[in-house]
Ligand binder design. Structure first.
Ligand code: NAD
Length: 473
């Protein structure tokens, strides 16, 4: 753990495993609620000094952290592949994405402009300025163990806040590596604090109930997000929630089915389906269903599961055995209720994969709304294809979910693209595009996919309070 500028190790530790082969890759200090409390107090003590720096000074630390992250890109990516399982190439892309957040925020924070507002009174002036919200508590998931951290830490400390972060218990080593970088660039003691633990609930309780914490920012499942948001209500803490998704991927018959199948398979199997923006229902207009499925099947057949450090592997392991069971349960349920299984449909337990948590890339068609996969987030490598006939019908089906994070539309008709963009109740819509994300673009969801945005100007503003001065002159 890193509290008040010091690395803290206790005899009480928990093990971290490589999900590709079950190997123990490290022991990490098991923090307690008391440690969280101490970290919060250290963050409070550091607040006056840190928030008094100019945005130029704070920006400088972030830019140096960006440089170090890029310098260590390969090392960080290797660690990520060992700890989280994603293929090395994808890990390299994530480190870049995570570093981009540092640089983009370092540049943008210098433009945290206020406003002057005309008054109805001739002897009055209004002035608006942005002030840091205060001490921030952050909780991050394991699926993007580097970028989910920088996406919170960068805007928080750029705005002048101090922060205590609890990473996921499956991926604390990536968090430690990022905090080492923040330490090395000389960020003052107490500004950034890391509490690792195998038991998140007590630390979460401290985050939600300690009155020093003024903002809670969480990325993870909708169930845990709702609980933490509720616990933060009595003190009216600011909350940002980046939660689960159930993305529709819609392919109209004016689009090239081969191109669309390529896009759908790439984004579906990204991070072995363990992404909040992963397509959970793939809607294909009936007249192009056949060529779409044929191309998708071809692509699935060429996929190779294995250890992400091996050449040619594009399907990594799932996070644990519970995830394998959940995914398999959805597949069995769908097949029992009439879906057609084109490929996969089983855990992979042979050929060197026996010690890992692997599931075969799976393609289902004929998925209907009675099936679990139609509503539940899969978080695994299963593509569920559903035919549709009309634009109105598919828009209604796509919106028929409590989630509202990402959606995708493939069409060559401009007005249809625009109408779908406006009609889809999702925070991010990829139009003939499978990656509507960037440090410069607001990321976040509607409905039960979350509150607030990360990245972009919106993400930075989440860490500011708006302060007004009414001045009589
Ligand atoms: P999770 O909710 O189980 O865990 C997320 C984090 O919450 C972890 O750090 C965990 O330790 C912590 N946590 C769990 N219970 C807690 C408690 N009682 N108090 C405090 N902290 C607690 O989710 P997960 O399985 O790690 O991540 C997958 C989920 O995250 C998916 O639903 C995915 O869609 C979502 N996600 C969303 C985004 C986004 O930006 N919207 C990004 C990545 C992942």
């Amino acid at each position: 753990m890193f509290i008040n500028g010091e690395w803290i190790q206790s005899d009480n530790t928990f093990a971290v495993y490589n999900p590709a082969n079950g190997e123990e890759i490290g022991q990490v200090t098991d923090g307690t609620r008391d440690d969280a409390k101490r970290a919060i107090e250290a963050a409070q003590a550091a607040m006056p000094g840190w928030s008094a720096l100019t945005t130029y000074q704070r920006s400088d630390y972030l830019r140096r952290a960006y440089d170090l992250m890029i310098e260590r890109k390969k090392e960080l990516a290797e660690l990520m592949t060992r700890e989280q399982g994603k293929p090395f190439k994808a890990a390299m892309a994530e480190v870049q994405y995570g570093a981009d957040d540092l640089l983009w925020v370092a540049e943008e924070v210098k433009r945290s402009y206020g406003e002057t507002i005309p008054s109805a009174r001739p002897d009055q002036r209004f002035l608006v300025q942005h002030m840091p919200v205060g001490v921030v508590a952050a909780v991050t998931p394991w699926n993007y163990p580097v970028s989910m951290i920088t996406r919170k830490v960068a805007p928080a400390i750029a705005a002048g806040c101090t922060i205590v972060l609890k990473p996921a218990e499956a991926t604390p080593l990536c968090a430690i590596a990022i905090f080492k970088i923040l330490e090395e660039v000389g960020i003052p003691a107490g500004v950034v604090n890391l509490v690792t633990t195998h038991d998140p609930a007590p630390v979460g309780e401290e985050f939600c109930t300690n009155p020093i914490v003024r903002k809670l920012t969480f990325t993870g499942s909708t169930a845990v997000g709702k609980k933490l948001a509720q616990d933060a209500v009595p003190q009216l803490k600011r909350v940002s929630m980046e939660l689960g998704g159930h993305a529709p991927f819609i392919v109209f018959d004016d689009a090239d089915p081969v191109h669309a199948a390529k896009g759908a398979s790439l984004v579906k199997f990204l991070n072995t389906g363990q992404a909040c923006i992963s397509p959970n229902r793939i809607f294909v207009q009936r007249s192009i269903l056949e060529p779409f499925l044929a191309e998708f099947e071809n692509r699935v057949a060429k996929m190779k599961a294995g250890n992400g450090m091996e050449q040619g592997v594009n399907i990594g392991p799932l996070v644990n055995e519970a995830a394998v069971k959940k995914v398999h349960n959805q597949v069995v349920d769908a097949v029992e209720k009439g879906a057609k299984l084109h490929a996969g449909g089983k855990a992979l337990t042979e050929g060197g994969l026996e010690q890992g948590h692997f599931y075969a890339p799976t393609l289902l068609s004929g998925v209907t709304e009675e099936m679990l996969i139609y509503r539940e987030e899969t978080f695994g490598p299963v593509a569920a294809v559903i035919p549709f006939d009309t634009q109105e019908e598919v828009l209604a089906m796509a919106n028929d979910t409590n989630y509202g994070l990402a959606a995708y539309v493939y069409t060559t008709n401009m007005s249809r693209a625009m109408r779908m963009f406006e009609g889809l109740q999702f925070g991010m819509v990829g139009i003939n595009d499978i990656n509507p994300t960037s440090a410069a673009a607001p990321f976040g969801g509607m409905k039960e996919s979350g509150l607030g945005r990360e990245g972009a100007r919106e993400g930075l503003m989440e860490y500011y309070e708006t302060k007004l001065a009414g001045i009589s002159i």
